[in-house]
Design a protein around this ligand. Structure first.
Ligand SMILES: Nc1ncnc2c1ncn2[C@@H]1O[C@H](COP(=O)(O)OP(=O)(O)O)[C@@H](O)[C@H]1O
Ligand SMILES: [Mg+2]
Length: 211
């Protein structure tokens, strides 16, 4: 089991910008249960890597393989991968928090609601008092924490985290960090600007300095 970016090249087809390559023959092989950090400045292409993985953007060259299958032909890869998106509007299907939690729970047989509330407790997050609120009315830090709780609750073997600590208070980041450090069996890919936050969590770091 692994996630492989094989010689990928990509640039946005944006008529208004310079047609610059964001990735040029970029390769990366993430082994099962490895914890990899990809670090790079704002605009270096971290979130783009996720868009390529989800199919939101298409590669101009190369391929992405998940468990030895080209992701272009895979239908069920997201049964194995949980993604913490940088932009909350990509994370949530419904604006109302209660609806989102019900939506996540509905499609699953296991008791995900219990896990959601256990995680909320771990983070000292009073989830019940947010249920009737919507994602546009809560602070960026609260929203990020909610994203983290929901992403961890679905308990997938692959975890991809785009700027995981952005907007989180130090105490919440610390709790999150401890949870991540204890995920021995998960494969984790972290994308962030600064590697200093991730000591003790990652086994390997990749620096994006393509731009
Ligand atoms: N849809 C888009 N069209 C054109 N350019 C884009 C688009 N999305 C992102 N970019 C540009 O691509 C570069 C990489 O963006 P991104 O992957 O979001 O960087 P990072 O996540 O590392 O901050 C940035 O210069 C950004 O402005
Ligand atoms: Mg980004």
């Amino acid at each position: 089991m692994s996630l492989i970016f094989e010689n990928i090249s990509f640039r946005y087809r944006d008529d208004f910008s310079v047609k610059e390559l964001i990735f040029s023959n970029f390769s990366l092989n993430i082994h099962t249960r490895e914890k990899v950090g990809i670090f790079g400045k704002t605009g270096s292409g971290k979130s783009t890597l996720i868009k390529l993985l989800t199919g939101e953007e298409k590669l101009q060259k190369g391929k992405i393989l998940f468990q030895n299958h080209d992701i272009k032909r895979m239908k069920n890869m997201f049964e194995n991968i949980a993604i913490l998106f940088q932009k909350p509007e990509k994370q949530f299907v419904f604006p109302k928090i209660k609806d989102e939690i019900e939506f996540i729970s509905e499609r699953r047989k296991d008791d995900i609601q219990t896990r959601i509330y256990e995680l909320a407790d771990k983070f000292n997050f009073m989830l019940k008092s947010y249920l009737s609120r919507n994602i546009y009315s809560i602070s960026s830090g609260e929203l990020k924490l909610l994203q983290v709780i929901l992403v961890l609750s679905i308990n997938r073997p692959y975890l991809i985290l785009d700027d995981p600590f952005l907007f989180l208070d130090e105490d919440k980041s610390k709790i999150f960090k401890e949870l991540l450090a204890n995920f021995r069996n998960k494969t984790i890919l972290i994308l962030a600007r600064n590697k200093s936050n991730f000591e003790g969590i990652i086994d390997r770091e990749i620096i994006l300095n393509n731009r």
